[in-house]
Design a protein around this ligand. Structure first.
Ligand SMILES: Nc1nc2c(ncn2[C@@H]2O[C@H](COP(=O)(O)OP(=O)(O)OP(=O)(O)O)[C@@H](O)[C@H]2O)c(=O)[nH]1
Ligand SMILES: [Mg+2]
Length: 251
């Protein structure tokens, strides 16, 4: 996917949607087809441009400081690869789609990769309103990115929907020697703010699928509201499923 895309427009979704796919990768906001509120029709799924059927569609946004690994996390999830080598900072905003099978329901996630750099903050603000879920990342090897989480949460409360699904991710968990933020510190902060937390690694793939799957499960359950089913507990699911890393080294 291009990491040099600039936003040119703005989408307008605010609820789960079904409809045509926007292709494999967004051309900044310009490539985004607006998603509207939709009803679930599992018997009449929609067909995406990439040939995949889906029943539900949601927007997920990746946010956090520049360099924490948002683009790499998305590439790992979408393509199963790691973008090694020199760091190319995202310009503006970009997106990729992925259809997941969640308990027999095809859930399309339209994942927006935002630019962490301060100069693109107004672009990011414009997209919060339409996001159904936010993955907020910090880098376990960068204390400043962890310290800035509080500011990101303030921003999220200001711009995002009140009921947005939120998850805190401590990325680069593979970097044991460079680690400066302990897993316990991430857990404590997440507890303080009542959000699910896990450490991830775009490099090794640790918990990457789980982070997106957990969000998709929560959104699907909220959307379908099956009365017969017990309520899906995102916190419990994450705590049960995640692979824990040790935080022996560092701080
Ligand atoms: N060791 C390690 N390095 C990572 C990981 N994820 C990303 N990186 C590296 O961190 C740097 C930044 O990654 P990006 O994904 O481009 O960061 P970003 O958050 O998208 O940054 P902006 O686009 O500027 O907001 C790159 O050099 C990556 O190779 C990870 O899980 N482990
Ligand atoms: Mg990026």
């Amino acid at each position: 996917m291009s990491r040099k895309k600039t936003a040119k427009g703005k989408s307008s979704a605010s609820g789960p949607a079904k409809g045509k796919d926007q292709g494999k990768s967004g051309k900044g906001a310009a490539g985004a087809e607006p998603l509207s509120n939709g009803v679930v029709h599992p018997s009449r799924p929609s067909l995406s441009n990439s040939g995949e059927f889906y029943d539900l569609a949601f927007k997920v946004m990746l946010v956090g400081d520049s360099g924490v690994g948002k683009t790499c996390l998305l590439v790992r999830f979408k393509d199963g690869a790691f973008l090694a080598g020199s760091f190319i900072s995202t310009v503006g905003i970009d997106f990729r789609n992925k259809v997941l099978n969640i308990d027999g329901v095809k859930v399309k996630l339209q994942i927006w990769d935002t630019a962490g750099q301060e100069r693109f903050r107004s672009v990011t603000h414009a997209y919060y309103r339409d996001a159904h879920a936010l993955l907020l990342l910090y880098d376990v090897t960068n204390k400043t990115s962890f310290d800035n989480i509080q500011a990101w949460l303030t921003e999220i409360h200001e711009y995002a929907q009140q009921d947005v699904v939120l998850m805190l991710l401590g990325n680069k968990a593979d970097s044991a020697h460079e680690r400066v933020v302990k897993r316990e510190e991430g857990e404590k902060l997440a507890k303080e703010f009542g959000v699910p937390f896990m450490e991830t690694s775009a490099k090794s793939g640790l918990n990457v699928d789980l982070a997106f799957t957990a969000v998709a499960k929560e959104l699907k359950h909220r959307s379908m509201k099956e009365p017969s089913e017990s309520k899906f507990q995102l916190h419990e699911y994450v705590n049960k499923e995640m692979t824990k890393t040790t935080s022996c080294c560092g701080s």
